[in-house]
Design a protein around this ligand. Structure first.
Ligand code: SUG
Length: 415
Protein backbone atom coordinates (compact mmCIF):
# COMPACT_ATOMS: atom_id res chain seq x y z
CA UNK A 1 0.00 0.00 0.00
CA UNK A 2 1.33 3.45 -0.83
CA UNK A 3 0.25 7.03 -1.25
CA UNK A 4 -0.71 7.95 -4.81
CA UNK A 5 -1.33 11.56 -5.81
CA UNK A 6 -4.05 11.94 -8.45
CA UNK A 7 -3.57 15.30 -10.16
CA UNK A 8 -6.39 17.01 -12.03
CA UNK A 9 -5.26 17.67 -15.60
CA UNK A 10 -5.95 21.34 -16.27
CA UNK A 11 -8.70 21.59 -18.86
CA UNK A 12 -8.74 23.60 -22.11
CA UNK A 13 -11.30 26.09 -20.72
CA UNK A 14 -8.98 27.36 -17.94
CA UNK A 15 -9.83 31.06 -17.53
CA UNK A 16 -9.92 33.90 -15.04
CA UNK A 17 -13.54 34.84 -14.39
CA UNK A 18 -13.20 35.74 -10.71
CA UNK A 19 -15.87 33.30 -9.65
CA UNK A 20 -14.74 32.42 -6.13
CA UNK A 21 -15.76 34.88 -3.43
CA UNK A 22 -13.30 34.54 -0.54
CA UNK A 23 -10.48 33.36 -2.82
CA UNK A 24 -8.16 36.37 -3.03
CA UNK A 25 -6.27 35.25 -6.15
CA UNK A 26 -9.44 34.42 -8.10
CA UNK A 27 -10.97 37.81 -7.28
CA UNK A 28 -7.85 39.86 -7.99
CA UNK A 29 -7.07 38.19 -11.33
CA UNK A 30 -10.59 38.46 -12.72
CA UNK A 31 -10.59 39.34 -16.40
CA UNK A 32 -6.95 38.51 -17.10
CA UNK A 33 -6.00 36.55 -20.18
CA UNK A 34 -5.34 32.92 -19.22
CA UNK A 35 -3.00 30.46 -20.92
CA UNK A 36 -4.71 27.06 -20.87
CA UNK A 37 -1.91 25.24 -22.75
CA UNK A 38 0.83 26.56 -20.48
CA UNK A 39 -1.37 25.86 -17.45
CA UNK A 40 -1.88 22.22 -18.36
CA UNK A 41 1.80 21.76 -19.23
CA UNK A 42 2.77 23.23 -15.85
CA UNK A 43 0.56 20.59 -14.24
CA UNK A 44 2.20 17.84 -16.29
CA UNK A 45 5.64 19.13 -15.34
CA UNK A 46 4.70 18.97 -11.65
CA UNK A 47 3.62 15.34 -12.07
CA UNK A 48 6.85 14.56 -13.89
CA UNK A 49 8.83 16.20 -11.11
CA UNK A 50 7.07 14.09 -8.48
CA UNK A 51 7.51 10.87 -10.47
CA UNK A 52 11.23 11.59 -10.57
CA UNK A 53 11.22 11.84 -6.79
CA UNK A 54 9.97 8.25 -6.81
CA UNK A 55 6.37 9.11 -5.88
CA UNK A 56 3.36 7.31 -7.36
CA UNK A 57 1.24 9.43 -9.66
CA UNK A 58 -2.30 9.26 -11.00
CA UNK A 59 -4.60 11.57 -12.97
CA UNK A 60 -8.15 12.82 -13.04
CA UNK A 61 -9.44 14.21 -16.31
CA UNK A 62 -11.01 17.52 -17.38
CA UNK A 63 -14.80 17.67 -17.41
CA UNK A 64 -17.14 18.49 -20.33
CA UNK A 65 -16.98 22.24 -20.84
CA UNK A 66 -19.18 23.98 -21.67
CA UNK A 67 -21.41 21.84 -19.44
CA UNK A 68 -24.38 21.69 -21.79
CA UNK A 69 -26.28 19.20 -19.62
CA UNK A 70 -26.10 21.51 -16.60
CA UNK A 71 -27.21 24.51 -18.65
CA UNK A 72 -30.11 22.41 -19.93
CA UNK A 73 -31.17 21.65 -16.35
CA UNK A 74 -31.19 25.42 -15.78
CA UNK A 75 -33.46 25.96 -18.79
CA UNK A 76 -30.83 27.58 -20.99
CA UNK A 77 -28.10 26.67 -23.43
CA UNK A 78 -24.61 27.75 -24.37
CA UNK A 79 -25.84 30.21 -27.03
CA UNK A 80 -28.33 32.14 -24.88
CA UNK A 81 -26.97 31.70 -21.37
CA UNK A 82 -26.71 34.92 -19.29
CA UNK A 83 -23.07 36.04 -18.73
CA UNK A 84 -23.05 35.22 -15.01
CA UNK A 85 -23.89 31.58 -15.71
CA UNK A 86 -21.74 31.31 -18.80
CA UNK A 87 -18.47 31.52 -16.91
CA UNK A 88 -19.75 28.93 -14.43
CA UNK A 89 -20.60 26.52 -17.25
CA UNK A 90 -17.07 26.84 -18.65
CA UNK A 91 -15.03 26.65 -15.46
CA UNK A 92 -12.04 24.32 -15.50
CA UNK A 93 -12.22 24.13 -11.69
CA UNK A 94 -12.24 20.31 -11.68
CA UNK A 95 -8.43 20.68 -11.99
CA UNK A 96 -8.32 21.20 -8.20
CA UNK A 97 -8.58 17.52 -7.37
CA UNK A 98 -8.15 18.11 -3.63
CA UNK A 99 -11.81 19.11 -3.81
CA UNK A 100 -12.92 16.05 -5.76
CA UNK A 101 -13.58 13.78 -2.78
CA UNK A 102 -12.65 12.89 0.79
CA UNK A 103 -10.61 9.71 1.03
CA UNK A 104 -10.28 7.39 4.04
CA UNK A 105 -7.70 4.67 3.43
CA UNK A 106 -8.62 1.06 4.21
CA UNK A 107 -6.71 0.79 7.54
CA UNK A 108 -8.98 3.51 9.01
CA UNK A 109 -12.31 2.00 7.95
CA UNK A 110 -14.19 -0.70 9.86
CA UNK A 111 -14.96 -2.75 6.72
CA UNK A 112 -11.31 -2.75 5.59
CA UNK A 113 -12.12 -0.94 2.31
CA UNK A 114 -10.81 2.45 1.19
CA UNK A 115 -13.79 4.86 1.16
CA UNK A 116 -14.14 7.87 -1.13
CA UNK A 117 -17.01 10.37 -0.92
CA UNK A 118 -17.34 12.76 -3.84
CA UNK A 119 -17.66 16.40 -2.72
CA UNK A 120 -20.87 18.27 -3.55
CA UNK A 121 -19.07 21.64 -3.83
CA UNK A 122 -22.44 23.31 -3.48
CA UNK A 123 -21.26 26.70 -2.24
CA UNK A 124 -19.89 27.97 -5.55
CA UNK A 125 -22.15 27.68 -8.62
CA UNK A 126 -19.21 27.00 -10.95
CA UNK A 127 -18.08 24.04 -8.83
CA UNK A 128 -21.52 22.64 -7.94
CA UNK A 129 -21.78 20.73 -11.23
CA UNK A 130 -18.42 18.95 -10.97
CA UNK A 131 -19.63 16.01 -8.92
CA UNK A 132 -21.39 13.84 -11.57
CA UNK A 133 -18.25 13.56 -13.72
CA UNK A 134 -16.01 13.17 -10.70
CA UNK A 135 -18.23 10.34 -9.50
CA UNK A 136 -18.11 8.65 -12.92
CA UNK A 137 -14.30 8.85 -13.01
CA UNK A 138 -13.81 7.62 -9.45
CA UNK A 139 -16.24 4.75 -10.02
CA UNK A 140 -14.09 3.61 -12.93
CA UNK A 141 -10.71 4.21 -11.33
CA UNK A 142 -11.71 2.51 -8.07
CA UNK A 143 -14.09 -0.09 -9.49
CA UNK A 144 -12.73 -2.99 -7.43
CA UNK A 145 -15.49 -3.31 -4.84
CA UNK A 146 -13.48 -5.69 -2.71
CA UNK A 147 -11.06 -2.80 -2.03
CA UNK A 148 -12.93 0.46 -2.56
CA UNK A 149 -16.30 2.04 -1.77
CA UNK A 150 -17.09 5.16 -3.81
CA UNK A 151 -19.96 7.22 -2.37
CA UNK A 152 -22.02 9.89 -4.15
CA UNK A 153 -21.98 13.34 -2.51
CA UNK A 154 -23.73 14.00 0.79
CA UNK A 155 -26.96 16.00 0.30
CA UNK A 156 -26.34 19.57 -0.80
CA UNK A 157 -28.10 20.76 2.36
CA UNK A 158 -24.55 20.84 3.77
CA UNK A 159 -21.49 22.07 1.90
CA UNK A 160 -18.67 19.58 1.38
CA UNK A 161 -15.39 20.47 -0.36
CA UNK A 162 -13.57 17.18 0.01
CA UNK A 163 -9.99 16.44 0.99
CA UNK A 164 -9.00 20.12 1.12
CA UNK A 165 -10.61 20.15 4.58
CA UNK A 166 -9.41 16.76 5.75
CA UNK A 167 -6.05 15.65 7.16
CA UNK A 168 -4.78 12.24 8.14
CA UNK A 169 -2.06 11.60 10.69
CA UNK A 170 -0.49 8.20 11.17
CA UNK A 171 2.77 6.44 11.96
CA UNK A 172 3.06 5.43 8.29
CA UNK A 173 0.62 5.57 5.37
CA UNK A 174 -0.35 1.89 5.62
CA UNK A 175 -1.00 2.02 9.39
CA UNK A 176 -4.35 3.07 10.93
CA UNK A 177 -4.56 6.84 11.18
CA UNK A 178 -6.33 9.68 12.92
CA UNK A 179 -8.57 11.56 10.51
CA UNK A 180 -9.13 15.25 11.16
CA UNK A 181 -12.14 16.90 9.53
CA UNK A 182 -11.86 20.69 9.47
CA UNK A 183 -15.05 22.70 9.04
CA UNK A 184 -15.89 26.40 9.14
CA UNK A 185 -18.42 28.22 11.25
CA UNK A 186 -17.75 31.87 10.50
CA UNK A 187 -15.66 33.47 7.78
CA UNK A 188 -16.05 37.20 8.31
CA UNK A 189 -17.24 38.62 4.97
CA UNK A 190 -16.61 35.35 3.18
CA UNK A 191 -18.68 32.19 2.85
CA UNK A 192 -17.91 29.08 4.87
CA UNK A 193 -17.55 26.22 2.40
CA UNK A 194 -17.13 23.16 4.60
CA UNK A 195 -20.02 22.50 6.95
CA UNK A 196 -19.60 20.46 10.12
CA UNK A 197 -22.64 18.29 9.33
CA UNK A 198 -21.15 17.35 5.96
CA UNK A 199 -17.85 16.35 7.61
CA UNK A 200 -19.67 14.24 10.21
CA UNK A 201 -21.75 12.56 7.50
CA UNK A 202 -18.62 11.64 5.53
CA UNK A 203 -16.98 10.18 8.66
CA UNK A 204 -20.09 8.06 9.33
CA UNK A 205 -20.35 6.89 5.70
CA UNK A 206 -16.70 5.83 5.77
CA UNK A 207 -17.21 3.78 8.93
CA UNK A 208 -14.43 5.54 10.83
CA UNK A 209 -13.77 4.72 14.46
CA UNK A 210 -15.07 7.73 16.46
CA UNK A 211 -12.08 7.41 18.82
CA UNK A 212 -9.77 8.00 15.85
CA UNK A 213 -11.74 10.81 14.24
CA UNK A 214 -11.47 14.47 15.17
CA UNK A 215 -13.51 17.47 14.10
CA UNK A 216 -11.82 20.87 14.28
CA UNK A 217 -13.16 24.32 13.51
CA UNK A 218 -11.15 26.49 11.12
CA UNK A 219 -10.43 29.91 12.57
CA UNK A 220 -12.63 32.75 11.44
CA UNK A 221 -9.50 34.89 11.01
CA UNK A 222 -8.07 32.40 8.50
CA UNK A 223 -11.22 32.24 6.35
CA UNK A 224 -11.63 36.02 6.54
CA UNK A 225 -8.02 36.47 5.37
CA UNK A 226 -8.67 34.26 2.31
CA UNK A 227 -8.09 30.68 3.50
CA UNK A 228 -11.29 29.41 1.88
CA UNK A 229 -10.07 25.81 2.42
CA UNK A 230 -8.07 24.50 5.37
CA UNK A 231 -5.31 23.28 3.02
CA UNK A 232 -4.37 26.92 2.47
CA UNK A 233 -3.14 27.11 6.08
CA UNK A 234 -2.29 23.53 7.12
CA UNK A 235 -1.09 20.23 5.67
CA UNK A 236 -0.34 16.84 7.26
CA UNK A 237 1.72 13.85 6.25
CA UNK A 238 2.23 10.70 8.32
CA UNK A 239 3.27 11.91 11.81
CA UNK A 240 3.77 15.59 10.86
CA UNK A 241 1.27 18.42 11.03
CA UNK A 242 2.59 21.57 9.34
CA UNK A 243 0.33 24.48 10.22
CA UNK A 244 0.00 28.20 10.63
CA UNK A 245 -0.54 29.34 14.20
CA UNK A 246 -3.91 30.87 13.25
CA UNK A 247 -5.34 27.96 11.26
CA UNK A 248 -7.69 26.59 13.93
CA UNK A 249 -10.22 28.17 16.26
CA UNK A 250 -9.13 26.10 19.28
CA UNK A 251 -5.62 24.87 18.60
CA UNK A 252 -4.70 23.77 22.16
CA UNK A 253 -7.57 21.26 22.16
CA UNK A 254 -6.75 19.97 18.69
CA UNK A 255 -3.04 19.58 19.45
CA UNK A 256 -3.80 17.85 22.78
CA UNK A 257 -6.24 15.43 21.15
CA UNK A 258 -3.67 14.60 18.48
CA UNK A 259 -0.83 14.11 20.96
CA UNK A 260 -2.99 11.78 23.05
CA UNK A 261 -3.65 9.59 20.03
CA UNK A 262 -0.31 9.77 18.20
CA UNK A 263 2.58 9.95 20.66
CA UNK A 264 5.13 10.34 17.85
CA UNK A 265 3.35 13.35 16.31
CA UNK A 266 5.44 16.37 15.34
CA UNK A 267 3.57 19.65 15.07
CA UNK A 268 5.48 22.22 13.05
CA UNK A 269 3.69 25.46 13.77
CA UNK A 270 4.61 28.67 11.96
CA UNK A 271 4.00 31.65 14.25
CA UNK A 272 2.17 34.69 12.92
CA UNK A 273 5.12 36.78 14.15
CA UNK A 274 7.33 35.07 11.54
CA UNK A 275 4.81 34.67 8.71
CA UNK A 276 1.56 36.63 8.70
CA UNK A 277 -1.66 34.98 7.54
CA UNK A 278 -1.51 37.38 4.61
CA UNK A 279 1.96 36.17 3.53
CA UNK A 280 0.96 32.54 4.07
CA UNK A 281 -2.04 33.01 1.78
CA UNK A 282 -0.18 35.08 -0.80
CA UNK A 283 2.65 32.53 -1.06
CA UNK A 284 0.60 29.35 -0.48
CA UNK A 285 3.33 28.03 1.84
CA UNK A 286 0.92 25.49 3.35
CA UNK A 287 -0.68 24.53 0.05
CA UNK A 288 2.39 22.44 -0.48
CA UNK A 289 2.66 18.73 -1.01
CA UNK A 290 4.25 17.35 2.14
CA UNK A 291 5.55 13.95 1.08
CA UNK A 292 7.63 11.10 2.42
CA UNK A 293 10.49 10.42 0.01
CA UNK A 294 11.27 6.80 -0.88
CA UNK A 295 14.84 7.56 0.17
CA UNK A 296 13.57 8.58 3.63
CA UNK A 297 12.69 11.92 5.19
CA UNK A 298 10.01 14.39 4.24
CA UNK A 299 10.01 17.00 1.51
CA UNK A 300 7.80 20.00 0.87
CA UNK A 301 6.83 20.72 -2.74
CA UNK A 302 6.01 24.43 -2.86
CA UNK A 303 4.98 26.89 -5.57
CA UNK A 304 7.44 29.49 -6.94
CA UNK A 305 5.54 32.18 -5.04
CA UNK A 306 6.97 30.80 -1.78
CA UNK A 307 10.50 31.69 -2.87
CA UNK A 308 9.30 35.17 -3.82
CA UNK A 309 7.83 35.95 -0.39
CA UNK A 310 10.81 36.93 1.80
CA UNK A 311 9.31 36.14 5.25
CA UNK A 312 8.18 32.73 4.05
CA UNK A 313 11.42 31.78 2.32
CA UNK A 314 13.46 32.89 5.33
CA UNK A 315 11.33 30.75 7.64
CA UNK A 316 11.68 27.72 5.34
CA UNK A 317 15.44 28.07 5.01
CA UNK A 318 15.79 28.17 8.79
CA UNK A 319 13.53 25.13 9.11
CA UNK A 320 15.59 23.03 6.69
CA UNK A 321 18.84 24.16 8.32
CA UNK A 322 17.52 23.09 11.72
CA UNK A 323 16.44 19.73 13.05
CA UNK A 324 12.81 19.73 11.90
CA UNK A 325 11.12 16.85 10.08
CA UNK A 326 10.95 18.73 6.74
CA UNK A 327 14.32 17.95 5.22
CA UNK A 328 14.02 19.15 1.62
CA UNK A 329 12.21 21.85 -0.35
CA UNK A 330 11.30 21.53 -4.03
CA UNK A 331 9.92 24.50 -5.94
CA UNK A 332 7.46 24.00 -8.82
CA UNK A 333 5.86 26.42 -11.28
CA UNK A 334 2.06 26.22 -11.22
CA UNK A 335 1.50 29.95 -11.76
CA UNK A 336 -1.50 29.58 -14.05
CA UNK A 337 -3.38 27.63 -11.39
CA UNK A 338 -2.04 29.81 -8.56
CA UNK A 339 -3.61 32.87 -10.20
CA UNK A 340 -6.98 31.21 -9.51
CA UNK A 341 -6.03 30.25 -5.95
CA UNK A 342 -4.87 26.68 -6.63
CA UNK A 343 -1.41 25.59 -5.45
CA UNK A 344 0.44 22.27 -5.72
CA UNK A 345 -1.71 20.64 -3.03
CA UNK A 346 -5.01 21.83 -4.56
CA UNK A 347 -4.13 20.08 -7.78
CA UNK A 348 -3.94 16.62 -6.24
CA UNK A 349 -6.11 14.06 -4.47
CA UNK A 350 -4.25 11.67 -2.18
CA UNK A 351 -5.23 8.02 -2.08
CA UNK A 352 -3.45 5.35 -0.05
CA UNK A 353 -3.94 2.00 -1.77
CA UNK A 354 -2.25 -0.77 -3.74
CA UNK A 355 -1.66 0.63 -7.26
CA UNK A 356 -2.42 -2.83 -8.79
CA UNK A 357 -6.05 -2.49 -7.60
CA UNK A 358 -6.64 0.77 -9.50
CA UNK A 359 -7.70 1.03 -13.15
CA UNK A 360 -4.30 1.56 -14.84
CA UNK A 361 -5.73 4.17 -17.18
CA UNK A 362 -5.74 6.55 -14.20
CA UNK A 363 -2.07 5.94 -13.35
CA UNK A 364 0.83 7.56 -15.19
CA UNK A 365 4.50 7.10 -15.89
CA UNK A 366 6.73 9.48 -17.84
CA UNK A 367 5.89 7.91 -21.19
CA UNK A 368 2.17 8.45 -20.61
CA UNK A 369 2.85 12.03 -19.50
CA UNK A 370 4.67 12.58 -22.81
CA UNK A 371 1.55 11.44 -24.67
CA UNK A 372 -0.69 13.65 -22.54
CA UNK A 373 1.60 16.64 -23.12
CA UNK A 374 1.42 15.94 -26.86
CA UNK A 375 -2.39 16.16 -26.85
CA UNK A 376 -2.28 19.35 -24.78
CA UNK A 377 0.28 20.98 -27.10
CA UNK A 378 -1.87 20.14 -30.11
CA UNK A 379 -5.38 20.93 -28.84
CA UNK A 380 -5.37 23.33 -25.86
CA UNK A 381 -5.90 27.05 -26.62
CA UNK A 382 -2.74 29.10 -26.23
CA UNK A 383 -4.44 32.12 -24.68
CA UNK A 384 -7.96 33.05 -23.71
CA UNK A 385 -9.78 36.11 -22.38
CA UNK A 386 -13.04 35.45 -20.47
CA UNK A 387 -14.95 37.30 -23.25
CA UNK A 388 -13.95 34.63 -25.73
CA UNK A 389 -16.20 32.15 -23.93
CA UNK A 390 -18.97 33.63 -26.12
CA UNK A 391 -17.38 32.34 -29.33
CA UNK A 392 -18.79 29.10 -30.79
CA UNK A 393 -15.39 28.25 -32.29
CA UNK A 394 -13.94 28.09 -28.77
CA UNK A 395 -16.71 25.73 -27.60
CA UNK A 396 -15.87 23.32 -30.38
CA UNK A 397 -12.16 23.57 -29.73
CA UNK A 398 -12.67 22.73 -26.05
CA UNK A 399 -14.91 19.79 -26.77
CA UNK A 400 -12.50 18.39 -29.34
CA UNK A 401 -9.54 18.88 -27.02
CA UNK A 402 -11.18 16.97 -24.18
CA UNK A 403 -12.27 14.15 -26.48
CA UNK A 404 -8.73 13.84 -27.89
CA UNK A 405 -7.33 13.42 -24.37
CA UNK A 406 -9.91 10.79 -23.40
CA UNK A 407 -9.13 8.92 -26.64
CA UNK A 408 -5.42 9.02 -25.86
CA UNK A 409 -5.98 7.66 -22.34
CA UNK A 410 -8.40 4.99 -23.60
CA UNK A 411 -11.38 6.35 -21.69
CA UNK A 412 -13.80 6.43 -24.59
CA UNK A 413 -16.69 5.35 -22.35
CA UNK A 414 -16.52 8.70 -20.54
CA UNK A 415 -16.48 10.96 -23.64
O1 SUG B 1 -12.57 26.65 -5.30
N1 SUG B 1 -10.67 28.51 -7.60
C1 SUG B 1 -10.79 27.36 -6.71
C2 SUG B 1 -9.47 27.04 -6.08
C3 SUG B 1 -9.50 25.73 -5.34
C4 SUG B 1 -8.32 25.50 -4.52
N2 SUG B 1 -8.39 24.24 -3.89
C5 SUG B 1 -7.89 23.93 -2.66
N3 SUG B 1 -7.55 24.87 -1.82
N4 SUG B 1 -7.79 22.71 -2.33
C6 SUG B 1 -11.85 27.59 -5.66
O2 SUG B 1 -11.95 28.73 -5.16
C7 SUG B 1 -11.48 30.07 -9.28
C8 SUG B 1 -12.24 30.03 -10.58
C9 SUG B 1 -12.47 31.38 -11.21
O3 SUG B 1 -12.46 32.37 -10.50
O4 SUG B 1 -12.75 31.42 -12.41
C10 SUG B 1 -11.67 28.83 -8.44
O5 SUG B 1 -12.67 28.18 -8.53
Amino acid sequence: MREINFDGIIGPSHNYSGLSLGNVASASNKGLVSHPRAAALQGVAKMRHNLRLGLAQGILLPHRRPDRAWLGELGTDVGTVPPSLRAAAFSASAMWAANAATVSPAPDCTDGCCHLTVANLRTMAHRSHEWPETLAQLRLAFADETRFAVHPPVPATFGDEGAANHMRLCASHDAPGIEVFVYGQRGGAYPVRQHEEASRAVARLHGLDPEHTLFACQSEAAIAAGAFHNDVVAVANENVLFTHEQAFEDRPSLYAALKRRIPEIEIVEVPASAVSLEDAIRSYLFNAQLVTLPTGGMALIVPDEVRETPTVWAWLEAQVAGNGPIRRIFVVDVRQSMANGGGPACLRLRVVAEPECIDPRFLVDEAKLDRIAGVIAQHWPEAMAPDQLREPAIWTQMERARAALYEEIGLRELI
